[in-house]
Design a protein. Structure first.
Length: 198
């Protein structure tokens, strides 16, 4: 879906009108509970099994972040080649999370939910699936990182029990060879790292 203000790919849903917007046209604001719409949908979570599902993840990653490789915790990952869970409504993939092992931790490399389905519990359900996987593997922690401009992601991860423990200044700007413009025009420079003890 395209941003309601421009032709760029929309990645967020407005919490007031429900319109789809790109990161440039996203604005952060405080809403009270009664003004924050909740979307009720029936969805299922399952492990990625087919090449078709991997192809869909690759397409979604490209839509959300413009590239299929993600730099996190000093490693570059091809998101579509990692183990992953997907969320489906009927036969449509509406969200996913890809993850990788790193010593005693399970790292969430990417998590994305289509804008139309944000706020419906899909993201939190995906986190719970990865957390159960980490516990079954005997991991002691889960880790995730995000860019300094992505305040919605920071809020989301902290609401699911993650805590900021490290900031890597300029690592994203160095990867791209320049400072990009992010949410609300914030400069994208730093990787913010979070972890959750299991």
């Amino acid at each position: 879906m395209r941003c309601k203000y421009c032709k760029k790919q929309g990645i967020y849903k407005c919490s007031v009108c429900g319109g789809i917007v790109c990161s440039e046209h996203t604005r952060l604001q405080a809403n009270c509970l009664s003004c924050t719409p909740k979307t009720k949908i029936d969805f299922t979570i399952c492990r990625v099994k087919s090449e078709t599902e991997k192809t869909t993840i690759k397409r979604l990653v490209k839509q959300f972040w413009g590239e299929t490789e993600q730099l996190t915790f000093d490693r570059t990952f091809d998101v579509a080649e990692l183990p992953a869970y997907i969320a489906k409504v009927d036969d449509e993939i509406v969200g996913f999370t890809s993850f990788a092992e790193d010593n005693n931790a399970l790292v969430i490399v990417a998590l994305g939910v289509k804008p139309r389905y944000q706020g419906s519990g899909v993201g939190k359900s995906l986190i719970r699936k990865v957390e159960a996987e980490a516990r079954n593997m005997g991991k002691k922690t889960m880790r995730v990182s995000t860019s300094n401009d992505d305040l919605p992601a920071l809020a989301f991860y902290q609401s699911t029990g993650f805590q900021i423990y490290e900031v890597k200044p300029n690592i994203i700007a160095e990867k791209h060879g320049k400072i990009l413009s992010g949410i609300s025009g914030l400069p994208i420079r730093d990787e913010i790292r979070l972890r959750k003890a299991l």
